[in-house]
Design a protein around this ligand. Structure first.
Ligand SMILES: Cc1cc2nc3c(=O)[nH]c(=O)nc-3n(C[C@H](O)[C@H](O)[C@H](O)COP(=O)(O)OP(=O)(O)OC[C@H]3O[C@@H](n4cnc5c(N)ncnc54)[C@H](O)[C@@H]3O)c2cc1C
Length: 336
């Protein structure tokens, strides 16, 4: 497609998008950047950010986008995403306004995808429900946690998920949690699936004991991870065949404190890459990550796999990706 044809296509897309957002009463913004929307505080411009507030609205809007052949990606709190510095010509469906209300009925807890995971952990602990207190220190939304089967300190969200609400043909549909494969930092949801909410099945326990376990997980986190730094948590997964964690492997290579421009290997936890400065660049974080992978490959014979998701500006977004003939290998979303 020539530059002129691409410009005309995008203008037509913009008109469609404005019409859809107005009709459905959903906020649509231009001029946002990934640097404002991700915890690493890096990343380039986004054509559109659309922020539904209810599950029904989100289901409707994603259906309309698909009908209009407009590519999109879902974003929660952006705490597991490294978006590159380029111009991202797709729609970001921001779910962080879709908070809804937590509904508790006995041991069942229903929550929308945009609800904060740490907040939910506090809410259910107060209600005397156990099963997710280990997740209390994981930043992000419930939707992001479901997508990557977030886990910490012996708990994983997938193991307590009874049902997941997803968008289907413009409506909210419910699927059983045991129909989803929940693996290490990975779920079997496919590109193009929008998660709207979930019902968790927890167990009753003494609120004080739950709170004590949550505090314990918090202090262990504070002792071992950088606090208040701009990161995306662990950058790489732990290698399946190794008994040594990735953080320790990188640390033993003497890479704590290694720097590429605005990106640094955290001196506190070597599997955390943190960014610094007003104009930090994704390119620096990526270069540092690749340097780490190269050294680990050379010195340990281990192929590190990204835990953080790499979003490329020149890579098709979800819906376009599902329909494209692009080879699987070009998709940076490991294992997904
Ligand atoms: C300091 C720090 C510590 C961390 N510690 C941990 C930890 O201990 N354990 C752990 O597992 N993770 C950890 N993380 C990573 C991150 O917090 C989790 O992965 C979190 O669950 C991501 O949620 P999010 O809302 O930020 O998702 P995002 O980063 O916004 O998105 C992550 C992925 O989920 C998809 N997604 C998000 N919402 C939806 C939706 N509603 N529908 C469809 N797809 C969706 C996105 O498209 C993207 O592919 C840490 C991160 C930080 C910054």
């Amino acid at each position: 497609m020539s530059a002129l044809e691409e410009k005309i296509r995008l203008e037509e897309r913009d008109r469609r998008l404005e019409e859809i957002a107005t009709r459905l009463g959903v906020r649509a913004e231009r001029g946002r950047r990934f640097a404002e929307l991700t915890s690493l505080r890096v990343g380039g411009s986004i054509d559109w950010v659309i922020s539904p507030e209810t599950e029904a609205q989100a289901a409707a809007i994603v259906h309309e986008l698909e009908q209009a052949d407009i590519g999109w990606r879902a974003l929660g709190s952006g705490s597991n995403v490294l978006a590159d510095d380029g111009e991202h010509h797709y729609v970001v469906l921001s779910l962080s306004e879709m908070k809804g209300e937590v509904r508790v009925s006995g041991e069942l807890v229903s929550v929308s995808a945009g609800y904060s995971l740490p907040r939910l952990c506090i809410d259910v602990a107060r209600q005397g429900l156990t099963g997710i207190e280990g997740l209390g220190g994981i930043p992000g939304t419930v939707g992001g946690a479901l997508w990557m089967n977030a886990g910490a300190y012996g708990h994983e969200i997938g193991t307590v998920t009874q049902t997941v609400r997803v968008a289907r043909e413009g409506h909210v549909a419910e699927i059983p949690g045991d129909g989803v494969q929940w693996n290490y930092r990975h779920s079997s949801f496919k590109e193009g699936e929008l998660l709207l909410g979930a019902t968790l099945r927890l167990r009753p326990d003494d609120p004080e004991q739950i709170r004590a376990r949550m505090d314990d997980a918090k202090s262990r986190r504070l002792a071992t991870q950088p606090h208040g730094a701009r990161s995306a948590g662990c950058f790489f997964k732990n290698p399946p065949a190794s008994t040594t964690g990735t953080g320790k492997i990188i640390d033993e290579m003497g890479m704590k404190g290694a720097r590429r421009g605005s990106a640094v290997v955290s001196p506190v936890h070597a599997n955390f890459i943190v960014t610094e400065g007003e104009n930090a660049r994704a390119e620096d974080a990526l270069a540092l990550a690749e340097e780490i992978r190269e050294r680990v490959r050379r010195e340990q014979g281990i192929e590190l796999e990204y835990e953080v998701e790499l979003w490329r500006a020149n890579q098709p977004a979800k819906q376009a990706e599902a329909e494209s003939t692009a080879p699987e290998a070009e998709v940076d979303r490991k294992e997904r």
